[in-house]
Unconditional design. Structure first.
Length: 480
């Protein structure tokens, strides 16, 4: 179990209340007003900015010294709105001590600073200990501490799960992590494992996971008032993907511990929903499997029957994620949710289409897809809307079954054909959103350490919050 490895829900205690300790002030300076502002500052301060060539460029910072050579203040530049990552570069480098935000800022900006402060401190250090001393921040007045905690904790949860090596995170361990999170909020948990998957008519989940000694399961979580709008989240939980009989080359297999990132992000989104007590009836469906090679593993050209009765010819055993999602989407639609969202590291084609920093979003509600894109850009959580281009359905037709799980090799739009495959398992009256994303940070950036990345999590949470629990108007909070 993950509880035997480390606490996947742990969050460093870096935000503290006002005390007697001396604080170092942090000033946020707009780049557009820097020249006028700096001209009014003491010459000693102006000279420090000039010596370092600091002009308040977005996300940059400078630590200034007093006349006796001790640290005096931190200045952070920004373009206008203080985003989630504005503070991160500074928080990663300024060193230990207690810092305090100066000036008047909107509540949203203060919360961004606090969340960013925590994200900057994230380290996956269970296997390689770090002795880095982390800075503390005086928590400002007027912020929603629950929101700050939930956002940061959900990010830590998702990153921790994605970063775990495959020998530490198998299907049953992933199910245990979901169970642990659910119990913290009094959610109902149900785990359907191994042969019971066949009895419960979840044949695709069983088939994909049957080749592994670490047996497949479906983990379900239910929380909230059933009278509230029904929101169902589905996450691809392939704990390791060898590719099956269509075996991946070693280079393609190295990062396949992250093939359960969809499950981790769905769980993080669920944690935020439950933490902030959104007025929805939440259902979470996570198929937990390992795609392995053995005498029991499913084969290319097998024909499988899904939960909804569709027959599927296996064109490629490495297109397993869409199979386990298909059973879950069909199951989800049986409850007629108001909103159905699935998260998956589904295709390499998504990575080639938009690169590692952007996820792809599809929806059978065209306006909703564009709205999600616009929302994500404002949240520094970029998703790009692509079409469910119906003419490409011809590329997943099978001559011997209803559908083939692998798109035509002549069509490079593999992310679109994968989404069209999933659409076969979503009822037309269900509002559906599908995210296909890499969920891995190749090169470290401020607040985004190398490794697992919670792509789309804040966007989908914010979508649900705005749709079902519109926020009250926020006011500015002045710091003393």
């Amino acid at each position: 179990m993950t509880s035997e490895i480390f606490d996947i829900l742990a969050l460093p205690d870096l935000l503290q209340a006002k005390g007697k300790d001396k604080t170092t002030p942090i000033h946020f300076i707009k780049a557009s007003t820097f020249e006028k502002w700096v001209a009014k500052q003491p010459l000693f301060l102006q000279n420090q900015f000039k010596a370092k060539g600091w002009t308040a460029k977005d996300g940059t910072h400078i630590q200034t010294l007093s006349t006796d050579g001790t640290s005096d203040a931190v200045y952070i530049g920004h373009d206008g709105k203080i985003s989630l990552y504005t503070v991160c570069a500074a928080a990663e480098k300024i060193g230990e001590g207690l810092y305090e935000i100066e000036g008047a800022h909107k509540q949203e900006e203060l919360e961004n600073i606090c969340i960013g402060w925590l994200l900057a401190a994230y380290q996956f250090d269970h296997y390689k200990k770090s002795d880095k001393k982390l800075p503390h921040l005086l928590i400002p007045k007027g912020v929603n501490k629950t929101r700050i905690d939930a956002t940061a904790r959900a990010a830590y949860l998702a990153r921790n799960l994605i970063n775990l090596p495959p020998n530490a995170l198998g299907p049953r361990t992933l199910a245990g992590a979901i169970e642990k999170v659910g119990k913290n909020f009094g959610a109902l948990i149900r785990i359907t494992e191994d042969e019971s998957l066949i009895e419960e008519n979840l044949p695709l989940i069983y088939a994909v996971g049957h080749g592994s000694d670490r047996r497949p399961c479906l983990t379900e979580l239910a929380w909230g008032n059933p009278k509230h709008p029904k929101v169902t989240l589905v996450g691809k939980g392939v704990c390791f993907d060898t590719g099956g009989y269509d075996l991946k080359p070693s280079a393609g297999m190295l990062l396949m511990k992250k093939d359960m990132a969809g499950a981790a992000i769905a769980l993080g989104t669920a944690l935020m929903i439950m933490s902030l007590k959104l007025p929805v009836y939440l259902r979470l469906l996570i198929p937990c499997v390992e795609n392995s090679v053995s005498g029991r593993a499913y084969r290319p050209s097998d024909i499988l029957t899904a939960r909804n009765g569709k027959t599927i010819e296996i064109g490629n055993t490495d297109a397993e994620g869409r199979l386990v999602l298909a059973d879950c989407l069909a199951l989800a639609c049986e409850e007629e949710p108001d909103l159905l969202v699935d998260f998956a590291t589904l295709t390499g084609a998504a990575h080639y289409a938009v690169g590692p920093e952007i996820g792809i979003v599809y929806s059978n509600d065209e306006k909703l897809g564009h709205d999600i894109q616009n929302l994500s850009i404002g949240l520094d959580d970029p998703l790009w809307n692509l079409p469910l281009w119906q003419n490409y359905k011809k590329d997943i037709i099978s001559p011997v079954a209803d559908i083939n799980n692998s798109g035509s090799s002549s069509n490079p739009a593999g992310s679109i054909t994968a989404a069209l495959f999933l659409e076969h398992f979503v009822t037309p009256e269900t509002t559906w959103v599908h995210l296909d994303q890499r969920s891995w940070q190749n090169t470290p950036q401020p607040g985004r350490s190398q490794g697992g990345k919670e792509m789309g999590m804040r966007t989908i949470f914010t979508l649900i919050e705005q749709k079902y629990a519109p926020a009250k108007k926020k006011t500015a909070s002045k710091q003393k």
